[in-house]
Design a protein around this ligand. Sequence first.
Ligand code: UDP
Length: 238
Amino acid sequence: MNPIPIYKRVLLKVSGEALMGNRDYGLDTDTVNAIASDVRDVVAMGVEVCLVIGGGNIFRGVAGAAAGMDRAQADYMGMLATVMNALGMQSALEKKNVPTRVQSAIPMESVCEPYIRRRAMRHMEKGRVVIFAAGTGNPFFTTDTAAALRAAEMNCDAMLKGTQVDGVYSADPRKVSNAERYEELTYLDVLARDLNVMDASAISLSRENHLPIIVFNIHAPGAFAAVMRGEGRFTRIT
Ligand code: UDP
């Protein structure tokens, strides 16, 4: 086992749904705590970590629009949902003595810091986990795109996408038993085959900035740390 991490600074994208556990809505404390433990272990390896957390466990703009709401208004609600998740994750990390800062793309100064790139970098250099909340701050975007944007801004060595399975498959392996699992893909493979990894703008932004994307199972204990050592099961997109 190689204890030395192969990455210096990474961004982990966790979807809101990944925080639900077996619930239909909201946050499952055990699940949030389990992810926080994995983040703590990676920080202990000396890796600088920042997080982007989605909001789909609480509210999605497209669902609001489908129900008749103004899309931009609904998207702002979705962004506020990501702030709630960010605060939940901050609380879980701090209970584990991991210094953490939340920075929101929509300023709300009595709750968290506003997003300031250079300040976020300084936090990470000091070993603090920075959670980027409120996505990009703009409607019509997703937290996948926010993750690619922040990872590029923070000069991260890789963006990790924590999912429900251990990599990218040709089809959902939980539904299609002979789905093929990929070890390596290119950005163009993902776009051309319309593989369900991240949305197209996140893939394009990563490609333009030569940001590797690593897809792994967020629910497998220790998987995040294993990826940091270059071990375990994951799909690498370059
Ligand atoms: N959202 C947005 N702009 C952003 C990021 C997110 O408007 O830059 C809104 C959008 O409505 C989205 C919701 O926030 O549906 C929650 O984010 P997302 O769907 O990406 O969360 P995830 O699927 O990762 O849980």
